[in-house]
Design a protein around this ligand. Structure first.
Ligand SMILES: Cc1cc2nc3c(=O)[nH]c(=O)nc-3n(C[C@H](O)[C@H](O)[C@H](O)COP(=O)(O)OP(=O)(O)OC[C@H]3O[C@@H](n4cnc5c(N)ncnc54)[C@H](O)[C@@H]3O)c2cc1C
Length: 434
């Protein structure tokens, strides 16, 4: 098969790839020099839409509406945009072999792609219950959500099982957003997770209590402290019941599993240095292999602010790390230098009428402020995390853009705090006056 050769290749066609492509054009990439190779059949899009408006019965999001870079208020890069810029957008093409020594990629169809500079943007894949040997985990109507094809299957089953019953396995981002989306579609929803409260990696018990109360008021049944251990099916092989470890059995027409993800590093195993499960880079997204960069979910990078190295599976980092890598590539070619990546962690989620943002690090003591009564008409509350006498993290539900900016500033500046009581009393005012 023919061999294609590019100066730059981005492998992966998700959020980071799209933002990297835009940055390549800003840096003046020449027509013909760049290729984006993606397993997906569509141009890069804002993945977070899949668990939100993509599933809504009204105000539904569909492509081309949410191609990157609309999620950060930027230009929407339609497939034509890539053509106009002379970027080869090579879709429905999975790379199955990467040889970093010979700078060669090989696709499932046997095509060979050569590059001079490679940007790895393969993202993550979902953890599956079948990976853990859960009985019946391959039954029909058990769904996962990562790519647009998965979301399309969910849209179909929501239509097919009108007013049916769903069990959501997992209490993280996907679990919370999918429970809300299915409820909005008038599906009877139960959520099951083993932890004492939802989103335990970020939420404190107080924060979680608000969301659990709010969800319960919306009719979502929450079952905590147990896990799904098996699935029974009907004669068509469709899931019918979810068996829980504590002996309970839940009826289900639909099961959605959101139990985590793992970075897609397999292609590069043994060829590039890894750490904390990701591909290790420096502050310029450069890996241990010359001319190979990594961005987005897949990368373990120096988090300068905390003098640590971390992997971050969030869209803001995917966008910013992609831009950083491309800036570094061009600066390197021109013998210039750029500042190291100095990332402030930023996570957010939206469900029902709720919307929260978090900035910084969730370590140390916490204080809660504001109205966190789930039955309030306009709940608005937040939390600060305090370590070594300084505010290092801030969470806000229901904030307006200025207030969200204020908590971001607090997390970046890390102002000292004299008294936790005083901080609780001041609440959001503390952030707004910084
Ligand atoms: C449903 C959902 C909702 C989310 N919501 C939020 C949110 O509200 N807020 C937030 O901060 N984050 C959210 N995230 C996380 C965020 O979307 C990711 O952190 C982000 O997409 C990571 O970008 P990426 O480019 O590294 O990976 P991805 O966007 O996953 O892109 C990876 C791409 O690489 C392709 N690929 C992988 N392997 C190969 C291969 N071998 N050959 C060719 N192509 C390949 C994939 O098909 C995919 O197109 C959400 C994630 C999901 C799945």
């Amino acid at each position: 098969m023919a061999e294609k050769s590019f100066k730059y290749v981005i492998v992966g066609g998700g959020v980071a790839a799209g933002y990297a492509a835009r940055e390549f054009t800003k840096q003046g990439v020449k027509p013909g020099d760049l290729a984006v190779i993606s397993k997906e059949a569509v141009a890069p899009y804002e993945r977070p839409a899949l668990s939100k408006a993509y599933l809504f019965p009204e105000g539904t999001a569909r492509l081309p509406g949410f191609h990157v870079c609309v999620g950060s208020g930027g230009e929407r890069l339609l497939p034509e945009w890539y053509a106009e810029k002379g970027i080869s957008l090579i879709l429905s093409t999975e790379i199955v072999k990467a040889d970093l020594a010979s700078k060669t990629l090989i696709s499932a169809a046997g095509e060979t792609f050569k590059y001079q500079v490679l940007v790895i943007a393969t993202g993550s894949t979902v953890l599956r219950l079948s990976d853990f040997g859960v009985q019946g985990a391959d039954s029909k109507n058990i769904f996962y959500l990562r790519e647009i094809d998965d979301a399309d299957k969910l849209v179909e089953v929501i239509k097919a099982k009108k007013n049916g019953k769903a069990v959501i396995v997992g209490g993280g981002y996907i679990g919370l957003e999918l429970s809300a989306a299915l409820r909005i579609n008038n599906i009877d929803v139960s959520m099951v997770y083993p932890e004492p409260w939802c989103m335990p990696r970020l939420f404190t018990a107080d924060i979680a209590a608000f969301y659990e109360g709010y969800y319960a008021n919306k009719g979502v049944k929450i079952i905590k402290g147990t896990v799904a251990v098996g699935f029974d099916t009907n004669a068509n092989g469709e899931v019918k019941e979810v068996k829980l470890k504590d002996g309970r059995v839940l009826e289900a027409d639909i099961v959605v599993v959101g139990v985590g993800a793992r970075p897609l590093t397999t292609l590069f195993k043994g060829q590039v240095e890894e750490e904390k499960g990701g591909i290790k880079t420096d502050g310029f997204m450069k890996t241990s292999v010359p001319d190979v960069y990594a961005v987005g979910d897949v990368v373990t990078f120096p988090l300068k602010l905390y003098n640590d190295i971390r992997r971050v599976e969030h869209v803001d980092h995917a966008r910013k790390s992609a831009e950083q890598a491309v800036k570094a590539i061009f600066a390197g070619e021109q013998g210039k230098s750029i500042a190291e990546y100095d990332y402030l962690p930023y996570f957010y989620s939206r469900s029902f009428d709720l919307s929260w943002q978090f900035y910084g690090d969730n370590v140390g003591d916490t204080v809660l402020f504001g109205d966190n009564n789930p039955t309030s008409p306009n709940p608005k509350f937040g939390s600060y995390w305090i370590k070594d006498g300084k505010v290092v993290g801030a969470f806000l539900e229901g904030g307006n853009p200025e207030e969200n900016k204020a908590i971001a500033k607090v997390a970046r500046i890390q102002p000292p705090v004299e008294s936790l009581d005083q901080l609780t009393k001041e609440g959001l005012t503390f952030a707004c006056k910084i």
